[in-house]
Ligand binder design. Structure first.
Ligand code: PRP
Ligand code: URA
Length: 208
C-alpha cells in the first residue's frame, strides 16, 4: 500500500525487539516507547514544509530554514502518552491534544471518554500517536474527530500494526499516511496483535 511506511532503520528494529520481549520491565518499556516514538516521527516528518530563513553565524550569514507548519501531537490515551516525550524532544513547540479512547472488550469498538480539543484547530498538521494499530477502530475514530475539527493534514505514527488495522484505516482514510516500526501476522480472537507485544497500556503503566 502506497501510504503505509514501515521503518527499515536498524535502531528501530533493535529497539522494537527489546520492547516486545516479556523480559522487558515497565521502566525500560517506557524508555523504549519514548525512543521509538521519536525515531518513527523523525521518519514520518520528512515532508514538513519549511520557509527560508537567514541567520547570523559568528563567521557570516547562513541561508537556512524554519518549519512553516504548526504541529499538533495527538496521543490516544493511554498508551499513546508514552510516545509524546520522544517526539517533543524533536519538536518542543508542538502542541499536545489528548484524545481518550478505550476499546470495549466485548465489541472491540472504541469508546470516547476524553476530548478537550478547542473549537478551532490551532495546528495545521496532526500526528496521531498510538503504539498499537490492531482492528484500527481507535485510529479511524481519532482521524474522524480530527477531520471534524478541521485538520487537513494528519499522519498516524505507531509501533506495531496488524494487517486488519492497516486495511481499516486505509479504507476509511486513504489520505492519512501510516508510519510503523513493523507489521505483524494477525489479530487473535480477542483482538490482540500476534506476536505483538501484549497490552501496550498495561506494560507502560504496570497495570496488567
Ligand atoms: C489500545 C491501543 C490502541 C487500541 C488499538 O488501547 O493503545 O489505542 O488499543 O486497538 P484498535 O486498533 O483495535 O482500536 P486500549 O483500548 O487498550 O486502551 P489503553 O491504552 O488505555 O490501555
Ligand atoms: N491494544 C494493545 O495494547 N495491544 C494489542 O495487541 C492490541 C490492542
Amino acid at each position: 500500500m502506497s501510504n503505509v511506511f514501515i521503518s527499515k532503520h536498524p535502531l528501530v528494529a533493535h529497539k522494537l525487539t527489546l520492547l516486545r520481549s516479556t523480559k522487558t520491565e515497565p521502566k525500560k518499556f517506557r524508555e523504549l516507547v519514548r525512543e521509538l516514538g521519536g525515531l518513527l516521527t523523525y521518519e514520518a516528518t520528512q515532508d514538513l514544509l519549511t520557509i527560508p530563513k537567514q541567520v547570523e553565524t559568528p563567521m557570516g550569514t547562513a541561508n537556512g530554514y524554519e518549519l512553516k507548519e504548526k504541529i499538533g501531537l495527538v496521543p490516544i490515551l493511554r498508551a499513546g502518552l508514552g510516545m509524546v516525550e520522544g517526539v517533543w524532544e524533536l519538536m518542543p513547540s508542538a502542541e499536545v491534544w489528548h484524545i481518550g479512547l478505550y476499546r470495549d472488550e466485548r465489541t472491540l469498538k472504541p469508546v470516547e471518554y476524553y476530548n478537550k480539543l478547542p473549537i478551532e484547530p490551532r495546528v495545521s498538521v496532526c500526528l496521531i500517536l498510538d503504539p498499537m494499530l490492531a482492528t484500527g477502530g481507535s485510529a479511524v475514530a481519532t482521524v474522524d474527530i480530527l477531520k471534524r475539527w478541521g485538520v487537513k493534514k494528519i499522519k498516524f505514527v505507531g509501533l506495531i500494526g496488524a494487517p486488519e488495522g492497516i486495511e481499516n484505516l486505509t479504507r476509511h482514510h486513504p489520505d492519512v499516511p501510516i508510519h510503523l516500526a513493523a507489521v505483524d501476522e494477525r489479530l487473535n480472537e480477542i483482538g490482540y496483535i500476534v506476536p505483538g507485544l501484549g497490552d501496550a497500556g498495561d506494560r507502560q503503566f504496570g497495570t496488567g
